[in-house]
Design a protein around this ligand. Structure first.
Ligand code: WTA
Length: 648
């Protein structure tokens, strides 16, 4: 029934929509007929030192080159802070709720300016210059936001890393990015678990050894526990930074100068860093967030994403601040120490716009309606989700129970590579369909491409592609432009291929059907199955392995690993070893839900592993295994099913 539910735009009489449906249509038409003029107008959402006169220059063909606003100059920290110092000096820019310490901190735009400048001076003193990479690995504390902005003030390229990454993964990223400095925290609590930030960084730097370019590490004391500090390399963040001057002249950046890199998983090889350019990214962050999460006076936007993800960059930091809003961060968990924890925080901080992941919605839903109904939640006016598909049931629960049918739910589809929302509604302007990310924002044209490589028209299914460049498009993969070209532009020549499949209905609404490549999405964390298989491939106790994603009621997908143990290995391997190996090489978030040690893997006669079959077997969906005649050994299927059943 839910597939056909349509909630008209007018269902929210109290929601102050930013435009009329006619204006939205006119905006689309203008963007279509004169894209350069449209984007140069949108570019005025941010402050430029030198206004750009050029829109897009480049091509998706051949070598693929992308440039936006190339003759403009700007500084991202000015767009996010200085631009508001005249009229919003004393408005709160950032609320940081510190769950573990039971306190919070509010920074006005003036405070933020002061902190960012002090750190910019400190980093400069440590030798960080324009173009240098700075790694940031911090929990959700105000210093994380300050660090990102301080890098941009200097023109340094920040590389924010997830606290859940293992020392090996951090070491790899430090070496690959050539980071000159690191900003981290002593440790953080995640529920009852400790995330040992400093320890992980120490171990990573030790592993990286001479291949690391890290000269200095700033450590935010995030707990009372003492952590070992290496003299000459490590500095206590506040003891060091707070003595620097509270003013720093921002470095003018060319629009195409890189602003930040983010490591993300693809369908092949190790995680690669996506590179974003300053001008296009800032315009795109201001535009996309301005279209979906428009700040009104007194709005508090709480995007629960970790800053280490693209959502943390665009929806926590750059989008809200470029638009002069108040953004909130918190190191809390949705249902810890008790169900309804996030709901309490919404009431306590009068959150007006909540933006989270479908996994969190499903986790709250599992705690039941009564938890929600105990709270007021009347401050909320807009709800949003991104990062993974949301099932219509969870969407409706979020809308009806959390939002009390008063708040539009914006399901937004985007990627690390797109930097901001591509598919998503302008709330209060477009009708909503639970489970659909609606359609592309004005200025973006998406297409569905069939298996013959042709664009489909009207209602259809296919590979989701983007037809023309958009300002926030990532420019390349760090040190691997060839892989960039291969990964995104080779599948459908001339178009950007997202990796996702989608369906377009009769009203032109898009329904994401999931990844078409070997990337899985666990609670919104992207993971390449090839990354997992590579880790196991390096262990001499394992002959071969296959990692697959299976449906999971809360996390969306879970990781399942099939591995063939080596009979001749001196030491035996068990399921736990395999989990530990993956967690230690990639990170805790990648630990599989199930591991099966099997005699072989199902293959075609040409030896290719049939993952489709493994996914079905792993999820217990054995009724419809389909035609097995193409397998080299069909009898293996029964054996594998028995393995899965035995462990279930
Ligand atoms: C998936 C997260 C369905 C998709 C912002 C995409 C979604 C990948 C949605 C990117 C959505 C993101 N509905 N699927 N609303 N949003 N995805 O790079 O498969 O961490 O390709 O960026 O998440 O994940 P990433």
């Amino acid at each position: 029934m839910t597939e056909h539910t349509v909630i008209p735009a007018g269902a929210y009489p109290h929601y102050s929509a930013i435009m009329t449906p006619e204006q939205l249509q006119a905006m689309r038409a203008h963007a279509q007929t004169d894209p350069d003029a449209f984007w140069l107008e949108q570019a005025q959402r941010v402050h430029w030192f030198k206004n750009p006169t050029q829109g897009f220059v480049g091509s998706f063909e051949n070598d693929v080159s992308i440039s936006w606003f190339a003759d403009g100059t700007l500084n991202a920290s000015v767009c996010c802070i200085d631009q508001h110092l005249t009229d919003k000096r004393d408005q709160v820019a950032l609320i940081s709720q510190r769950e573990a310490e039971g306190r919070s901190e509010s920074l006005t735009y003036r405070d933020l300016h002061e902190r960012v400048c002090r750190l910019a001076n400190a980093l400069t003193y440590l030798g960080v210059q324009k173009g240098d990479r700075v790694a940031i690995c911090l929990p959700m504390v105000s210093e994380a936001v300050v660090s990102m902005l301080a890098c941009t003030r200097i023109g340094a390229v920040h590389v924010v890393m997830f606290g859940g990454c293992s020392a090996d993964a951090v070491a790899e990223r430090l070496v690959d990015s050539g980071a000159r400095a690191v900003i981290t925290g002593s440790m953080a609590w995640r529920g009852k678990k400790i995330v040992p930030y400093k320890e992980t960084l120490d171990e990573a730097l030790q592993k990286a050894g001479e291949n690391s370019n890290v000269k200095a590490m700033l450590v935010v004391r995030t707990s009372d526990e003492a952590v070992p500090m290496l003299p000459g390399r490590d500095y206590d963040y506040h003891d060091f930074v707070d003595h620097f001057e509270a003013d720093f002249i921002p470095v003018p950046m060319n629009a195409e100068d890189p602003m930040f890199m983010l490591y993300t998983s693809g369908s092949t090889g190790k995680a690669k860093a996506v590179v974003h350019a300053t001008g296009g990214y800032m315009v795109w962050a201001a535009y996309t967030m301005g279209m979906v999460y428009t700040h009104q006076p007194k709005d508090v936007l709480w995007c629960t994403a970790d800053v280490a993800w693209i959502t943390g960059h665009t929806s926590v930091v750059y989008g809200p601040l470029a638009n002069g809003g108040t953004t909130m961060i918190s190191d809390s968990l949705p249902t810890f120490p008790a169900p309804g924890r996030w709901l309490d925080l919404i009431d306590a901080y009068k959150v007006t716009m909540l933006f989270t992941a479908p996994t969190a919605v499903r986790a709250m839903m599992a705690d039941g309606d009564a938890e929600v109904n105990k709270r007021d939640l009347s401050s909320l006016r807009l709800l949003g989700v991104a990062g993974e598909p949301i099932n219509p049931d969870a969407w409706l629960w979020y809308h009806d129970v959390v939002g009390k049918k008063r708040c539009p739910v914006a399901d937004t589809w985007w990627q690390t590579e797109t930097a901001g929302v591509v598919l998503g509604p302008v709330p209060g302007v477009q009708s909503l369909k639970p489970g659909s990310a609606t359609m592309a924002l004005p200025g973006v044209e998406v297409a569905l491409v069939n298996t013959e490589g042709r664009r489909e028209e009207g209602p259809a299914s296919g590979a989701l592609c983007i037809v023309r460049s958009w300002p926030g498009q990532c420019r390349t993969l760090w040190k691997d432009h060839d892989r960039f070209r291969q990964a995104y532009f080779s599948m459908v020549p001339g178009l950007y291929f997202t990796g996702d499949g989608a369906r377009r209905d009769e009203d032109g609404y898009y329904w994401i059907t999931g990844r078409m490549d070997d990337v899985i999405n666990i609670a919104g964390h992207r993971l390449g199955t090839a990354e997992v298989e590579d880790v196991l491939g390096e262990d001499h106790r394992i002959v071969e392995s296959a990692a697959v994603g299976v449906p999971h009621a809360v996390k969306g997908q879970a990781l399942v690993v099939f591995a063939i143990p080596c009979k001749s290995a001196a030491t035996e391997v068990n399921e736990k070893d395999i989990s530990r190996l993956i967690a230690s090489q990639i990170g805790r978030y990648a630990a599989p839900d199930a591991v099966y040690l099997v005699p072989d893997l199902p293959r075609t006669r040409s030896g290719k592993i049939v993952r489709r079959l493994l996914r079905k077997i792993a999820s217990g969906d054995t009724e419809t295994l389909g035609d097995l005649s193409a397998l080299s050994d069909a009898s293996l299927v029964e054996t594998l099913c028995a393995f899965v059943q035995k462990q279930a």
